[in-house]
Design a protein around this ligand. Structure first.
Ligand code: FAD
Length: 394
């Protein structure tokens, strides 16, 4: 291609620009963003919400200077529509129309705020973090809705800073989405130990200025409410041009080419949180995690610049988190009917881990470590192999 337009100015966009240039792309590169600021890293927004001075969030940068890689960066010019044609694709903004050979959709995700929860804050951007932080004064009552990754992280830092924190979760366990209820339940004690009230199996019926009301009539008083109930790919702007999944994600092949009804579309790639990528080992891998946005772009840049030269890699999904005084890493993708097995003592001081087995086999689809930093590199090696690890069950 002679021209590439990257839409979105987050981690996946930055890494796309870096990978294209590193791999020899010398055509025109344009990047459009919507936040009005240069790309920054999101994981510290929750983990360091209360212990870092504000500008440092933004300087906790990605380590790549996007403006030196791209011919043009417009951080306050969101794409509004996409049209794909035979020779390339056209994106419109409020200011202009841009026709290029390849469009990379890297618009990330948007935090979900259910209808009627107008009094709840969400956390996805640095601006969200600044707004939330200004409300989290010691002694205030914070109610977090959702005991997932971000809910757990914010609850922990807020409790440590002297807030009165309650977490309300609809599932029977924290982290039940990514880990399943059986392994997720082992995290419930962390809330206890951190002094956070955890209310499980609780449907939220309403959010008002001073309380969260549950479906069973209970009322949880709140000075601040954070909705941490997930994020959805920010792809409304491509809806007329590309097939989208119900959650808004875009199905791609192994090289992040967006899949149309007749196979990969030649002029559109999708990477980072927007992509639902096909993987021989893991099935369909959703975005939503830092590592995918970090490493995905190098995978497709090679394919884009030298099609057919090399088959794409199949990097295992990898998620990290630090929450409530614990450090977690998850490799792979557990399926709902996989069989979890716990190794070590989840109540002990030495950390523990878990593995998920494909039913009736020795094939491990995913592995979690908690507070066992020395296991992380061996797991990384295991999950880097071309096939899923086979480990005899102990
Ligand atoms: P984003 O980072 O969302 O960037 C997309 C950008 O595109 C945004 O700036 C957006 O404004 C812009 N955009 C949207 N629409 C348009 C448009 N129409 N035109 C132009 N621009 C547009 N992952 C982990 O694995 N571990 C963690 O510990 C972890 N912690 C996190 C903590 C927080 C608070 C958050 C919010 C996320 C965390 N993540 C974590 C997830 C990780 O940050 C994301 O997976 C990663 O940022 C995805 O990168 P991205 O570039 O795809 O999307």
């Amino acid at each position: 291609p002679r021209s590439v337009l990257v839409v979105g100015a987050g981690l996946a966009a930055t890494q796309t620009a870096a990978a294209l240039r590193e791999q020899g792309f010398d055509g025109r590169l344009t990047v459009l963003g919507a936040e009005g600021v240069a790309p920054y890293d999101r994981p510290p927004l929750s983990k360091h919400l209360l212990d870092r001075p504000a500008p440092e969030w933004l300087s906790d940068e990605i380590g790549v200077d996007l403006s030196s890689l791209a011919d043009e960066t417009a951080y306050d010019e969101p794409a509004r529509t996409l049209v794909v044609h035979d020779e390339g694709a056209t994106v419109t903004t409020d200011r202009r129309e841009l026709t290029v050979d390849v469009v990379v959709v890297a618009t990330g995700a948007r935090a979900v705020r259910p209808a009627g929860w107008d009094h709840a804050l969400t956390l996805h951007t640095a601006a969200d973090a600044a707004a939330l932080r200004s409300r989290l004064v010691p002694g205030a009552r914070l109610v977090v809705i959702g005991a997932g990754w971000i809910g757990g992280e914010v609850a922990g830092v807020a409790a440590a800073a002297g807030l009165d924190v309650t977490v309300v979760e609809a599932a029977p366990a924290p982290l039940a989405g990514p880990l399943g209820a059986r392994i997720g339940a082992l995290a419930a004690r962390w809330y206890d130990e951190a002094g956070v009230r955890l209310v499980l199996g609780a449907q939220v019926a309403g959010v008002s200025a001073d309380a969260v009301t549950l479906a069973d009539g209970r009322r949880v008083p709140a000075d601040v409410v954070l909705a941490a109930v997930g994020a959805r790919p920010a792809t409304a702007w491509v809806a007329d041009a590309l097939p989208r999944e119900r959650d808004g994600s875009l199905r791609t092949d192994e090289s992040f080419a967006v899949l149309g009804p007749d196979g990969p579309l030649p002029h559109v790639r999708a990477v980072g949180d927007v992509a639902l990528r096909r993987s021989a080992r893991h099935g369909w891998v959703p975005g939503g995690h830092w590592d995918g946005a970090l490493h995905g772009p190098a995978e497709f840049a090679a394919d884009l610049l030298r099609p057919g030269d090399r088959s794409p890699g199949d990097r295992a999904p990898y998620v990290f988190s630090t929450m409530l005084g614990h450090s977690l890493t998850l490799f792979g993708l557990p399926a709902p009917d996989d069989e979890p097995l716990v190794l070590g003592d989840p109540a002990g001081p030495e950390g523990w881990s878990a593995r998920w087995y494909r039913p009736g086999t020795d094939t491990v689809t995913a592995a979690l470590t908690v507070d066992r930093p020395r296991e992380v590199s061996s797991l990384r090696r295991l999950f880097a192999a071309p096939t899923l690890p086979a480990l005899p069950r102990p």
